[in-house]
Structure formats: C-alpha cells, structure tokens
Design a protein around this ligand. Structure first.
Ligand code: MG
Length: 352
C-alpha cells in the first residue's frame, strides 16, 4: 500500500553538452519519483526533459500529472494504468518497491538471463572535425564497441566517414532524429550505403519504406506496440529502439519488445541520458534475449564524469555494463548526491 511519494527535480552537470538535430543539452534535468509503501520504498525516473523538443511533455507536465492525478489515485488505491511518460516513472517506482520487498532483481523479474549488456555510446554533433574524431577515438579506446553519431542534413556522410577512419573496428550507427524529409531520407540512406553501418536511426519524422543496405531503426516513431506493428507492416523499419518511458513503462516495454521480436525486428535499448536510476531500469530490460542489437547504454562517466551520477556509477567492464542483481533496481540515489543535485522537491501524502 502506498503511503507517500516524493518528487525530486534534479540537475546534474554533464561532462560535455550533447547536441542533436533537435536540441542541445548542457545540464541533465531529471524528475525522480520515490514512493514509500507499507513494505518499503521504490524509485523511478521520468524520461521527460526540461523542454518539449524531444517528447510532447516536459518535466513540469509530468510533475503536475504525478502530483495532481497519478500519485493521489495510487494513494487512494484507485487503479491507474495509462501509457504516458509520467505513469512510466511511477510504475517503475511501484515495481521497484514490490521487488525490493520480496528480494528479487528487476532483471530476474523481467525474465533476463544475461549478466552483462554490451555498452554503446551516442556522440552528439561536434562541428570541429578534430574534436569529433578525438571523441570517437577516446570512446573506442575506452572499450565501446558501438558508436552512434548524431547526423542532420548537411552533416551526415562526412562525420561518419571520419569516424570510420579513426575507429575502423567499432560498429558505427547514425541517428538523424527525424531531421530529413522522406525524399531526402531516401537519398541519405543511399549515400550511407557505402558505409557498413549497424543502423540508420529515424531518418525522417514519419515511418516510410526506404530502400537501403543498412538497417533502418525507428525510435521517435515508436510510442506503442501498435506503432511497432504498423511500422513493420509498412516495411518502414528493420529494427526498433525501445524506450520504456515513452512506451508507458516497463510492462508495456516488455510487451513491445516481444511484439518486435515476433515480427522479426531487431531491438535495441534507447537511452535518454538517464541518471543511475533510469539506467538501472534500462540495463535490466536490455538484458532480455530479444535485444539483438547494442544500443545507447553507456557508463555513467560518459555523461556525468567518474563520481557525478546520483547512484553508484555504472562502469565499463570490457565494453560491457553489469546487470544489477540486487533487489529491485539494485541501485538507489546516494543521499548526499541527491541532496546536492536537487533543485525542487515535493512530498505528496494521503489527504483524509
Ligand atoms: Mg534516437
């Protein structure tokens, strides 16, 4: 039974700004939910960002939804289930609390069997060519075996060729964040045919069939299992990026992963620059066998520096990240780190 909930808006400095075709992120803002139940506590992280450049809802929208509607319903035992970004964070916290209470890890609950997931890294747009290639070399040297480069019109083949030149042994992927028109996207994927890429992610905003040698992966277009089924039927993708926050939670994400797998699609875990809380949930999910491609799960250090995460850091071990085995998420925010990073906090209790 839910007793109370705390919402933390946290802000973590990033080691470097992260630039995509849509936005530039210099600090990581995140909304965390901590619930208290009659049996213990649980944590969840909301993937909404400070603005609506990537998702239709931002942190303030999700905080209002949780504070005014979702948490009061849960406190009053009113069943709630909705495929929203805000609900996904609460669902994770509830699941974490239940699993901690019975001593089972999230990975085990989800049906995962592997001890590690292969780490991947996403590299934002860096205009200075040498700075860009130095970043690629450094990630390859750190042990990342898959590097995804953000691309956009006018900046695609050039940076990818440069990356391939300095890191010929890594799997390279491209992510356009939907920045090409359907016509331009067809020309893009043809241009990229010369490079043997792991995939080209979300070339254009809408799922359209493209003739390409490289796999086409959809990310922004995938907000539900129905989206996966429709994209597959339209021959618009070979792979999907799974973001549990956008799919409305871990339960929906697991269903979506099964649907993708049954359709013969490859699956990769999609990152949102999560803190250790969200990262733990994504690592657990990504350890399911249906995840056939390396995705965006990096070590904490890539974004926050060696001691900058909220939780104990996720570290690279031979290019892999260890799946937490402790109860629930297996990690939780370190109190001093949480206090240092919190910019707003509110507590919601049952009103009689
Ligand atoms: Mg993407």
């Amino acid at each position: 039974m839910l007793v109370a909930a705390d919402l933390y808006h946290v802000r973590l400095p990033l080691v470097a700004s992260f630039r995509t075709a849509r936005s530039t992120t210099a600090v990581k803002d995140a909304l965390l939910v901590r619930i208290e139940t009659s049996e213990g506590f649980g944590w969840g992280e909301c993937i909404a960002q400070i603005d609506r450049s990537y998702l239709p809802v931002n942190i303030d929208d999700c905080r209002s939804a949780l504070r005014d509607r979702l948490i009061p319903s849960a406190l009053n035992d009113v069943p709630i289930e909705e495929p929203t970004v805000a609900f996904a964070a609460l669902e994770c916290a509830v699941l974490d609390a239940e699993l901690r209470a019975r001593g089972e890890s999230l990975a085990s609950y989800l049906g995962a069997t592997s001890e590690f997931v292969t780490a991947g890294v996403a590299v934002g747009r860096i205009d200075h060519v040498e700075e860009f290639t130095r970043a690629i070399e450094a990630y390859a040297a750190a042990g990342y075996t898959r590097i995804k480069c953000k691309i956009q019109p006018g900046r695609d083949l050039g940076p990818l060729r440069a990356a391939r030149r300095v890191a010929p042994e890594v799997e390279l992927a491209a992510d356009a964040n939907g920045s090409y028109s359907p016509t331009a996207a067809q020309k893009l994927v043809e241009r990229l045919d010369e490079l043997d890429l792991q995939c080209v992610e979300q070339p254009c905003g809408t799922p359209v069939p493209l003739r390409a040698r490289n796999r086409i992966c959809l990310d922004e277009s995938i907000a539900s299992t129905d989206d996966i089924v429709a994209a597959h039927a339209a021959h618009a993708c070979d792979a999907v990026s799974i973001k549990p926050g956008r799919l409305g939670g871990l339960t929906n994400a697991r269903i979506a992963v099964s649907a993708a797998s049954h359709s013969g699609l490859d699956v990769l875990p999609g990152g949102m620059l999560e803190t250790g809380v969200g990262r733990a949930a994504l690592v657990a999910l990504a350890s399911l066998p249906a995840f056939t491609m390396t995705g965006d799960i990096s070590a904490s250090e890539r974004y926050f520096g060696p001691d900058g995460d909220l939780t104990e850091p996720f570290v690279l071990e031979d290019g892999r990240i260890r799946v937490p085995t402790g109860p629930g998420l297996g990690v939780e925010p370190i109190p001093e780190r949480l206090a240092a990073c919190t910019v707003a906090h509110e507590r919601i209790t049952k009103k009689d």
